[in-house]
Design a protein around this ligand. Structure first.
Ligand code: ZN
Length: 449
């Protein structure tokens, strides 16, 4: 941490909440933002003064859905639907252990940070027996990189013999899941304002989890005061499965189980019905929109502009890298914009709405809209400084340059006032996340054939 304030000046500042400022400043003291305004910063004796001419300053990006362990299984089953892709990968994932999870998390979190992401969640739901503490392994990786982390303790208890999709070998017993989930919360969850780590409860999906586990997970989360997350309405196969198994749509199933509310966010929500959109808005239920993964698996286009118009919280997620090879959260802003426009026309989503999805919208999904997601005095100093000069200087509007085009170079990334990335390089670790990713892949499935 630098002694004295960090002063960033001469930048185009896009605070997301509040007006944009050309030639503005942001001042950081400790882990908080203390000033955002026009012209030079009214601060003398700065610990560090940064001339950000040619740069755009935004809040740090917030990733609301991921499966970090999937770093080890990218590029496989390239032309499969979700259910075929999952069925092919489950057997490989059954081989993960703490070393694979730690290395994959180091690679995935490093990659996210290099793409401007300051807060990320993770949905880990594969826990083969006797492979070490997998949850702790990813927590260690996040602490070492100094990324704000919202890991979710995922789970599956409905294997093939019980009508579910995963093989019986990789599902867990319901009681064991609830005990392990509570233990993860007790060991790691920090509810404080500046928290670097909050745990959520996340049974995997309607097609891999029993009705009892869904209900008991919700009761556990509410008893412990933590959030709830699962996959929902990702594909039409899932809708068909729910109608057959439960006699209702995925959205109706969630309502019946008490899984709607301001403490819940779902991944995907591609195939929502009008009534679901109304229910999400009325209850404050959030959606993690993952356009690259939805496109890769041919799942469809989520009704994001309609969710926003209804007033429901929406954030962005890269999803696991096995279905979104190396996408960044900034890339998801770009894809979200294009996906909505392809289906609903050029007014369906603006560059600024896409930036809001990637920042404040994501923060709302994680219940942290008062702490992160916008540049305002009093909020945590999580911010990204993007280079929009050079080739990008020809784009009149810096926010357009960030969202419409390829992701700009990242000059600086602060998480709680600490420098995590500078001039495109990680500063919090001497480890090489790319090498960690190679190790994870080699240990799990061997070298490329
Ligand atoms: Zn997912």
């Amino acid at each position: 941490m630098t002694d004295g304030p960090i002063v960033i000046e001469n930048a185009h500042v896009a605070p997301v909440r509040g007006p944009e400022i050309a030639g503005g400043h942001v001042v950081v003291e400790g882990d908080r933002i203390t000033a955002v305004g026009a012209g030079p910063a009214p601060v003398t004796g700065a610990g560090r003064r940064i001339d950000a001419s040619g740069c755009l300053v935004t809040p740090g990006l917030v990733n609301t859905h991921h499966h970090l362990y999937q770093w080890a299984t990218q590029g496989l089953f390239q032309d499969a639907t979700l259910f075929d892709w999952l069925t092919g990968l489950y057997d490989m994932w059954a081989g993960i252990d703490a070393a694979v999870v730690y290395d994959a998390a180091t690679a995935g979190l490093g990659w996210l940070a290099l793409g401007g992401c300051t807060t990320t969640t993770d949905h880990h739901y594969v826990f083969p027996r006797g492979r070490g503490d997998l949850f702790d392994a990813e927590v260690r990786a996040a602490r070492e990189l100094h990324v704000r982390f919202h890991p979710t303790r995922g789970s599956m208890d409905r294997g093939r013999s019980a009508g579910g999709l995963p093989p019986d070998e990789i599902v867990e017993d319901r009681e064991e899941i609830l005990v392990a989930t509570e233990a993860a919360i007790d060991a790691h969850h920090d509810p404080s304002f500046s928290s670097m780590l909050r745990v959520a409860v996340a049974p995997c999906s309607p097609f891999s989890v029993s009705e009892e586990l869904m209900s008991e997970a919700a009761a556990l989360a509410r008893r412990k005061g933590v959030r709830l997350h699962t996959h929902l309405a990702e594909t039409l196969d899932e809708e068909e499965h729910c109608r057959e198994q439960f006699g209702c749509t995925p959205g109706e199933y969630m309502e019946k189980l008490g899984w709607l509310g301001p403490d819940v966010w779902f991944a995907h929500c591609v195939h929502l019905h009008d009534a679901d959109i109304r229910r999400f808005a009325a209850t404050g239920t959030g959606t993690a929109h993952c356009p690259t993964s939805n496109g890769r698996l041919g799942s469809g286009v989520a009704r994001v502009s309609e969710l926003l118009a209804a007033g429901a919280p929406v954030g962005l997620g890269v999803d696991g890298t096995a279905s979104s090879e190396l996408t960044s959260l900034a890339g998801e802003m770009h894809q979200a914009l294009l996906f909505q426009r392809v289906v609903r026309g050029p007014a369906a989503l603006t560059a600024r709405q896409a930036l809001e999805l990637g920042t404040l919208g994501g923060a709302a999904c994680l219940g942290r809209q008062d702490e992160i997601g916008s540049l305002e005095p009093g909020k945590l100093a999580d911010l990204a400084v993007w280079r929009v000069d050079g080739y990008r200087a020809a784009v009149e509007d810096p926010v357009c340059a960030l969202v419409f085009g390829p992701t700009p170079p990242l000059d600086l990334l602060l998480v709680g006032g600490r420098t995590v990335v500078e001039r495109g390089e990680l500063r919090t670790t001497t480890a090489d996340p790319a090498q960690a990713g190679v190790r994870a892949r080699r240990r799990l499935i061997g070298d490329r054939t």
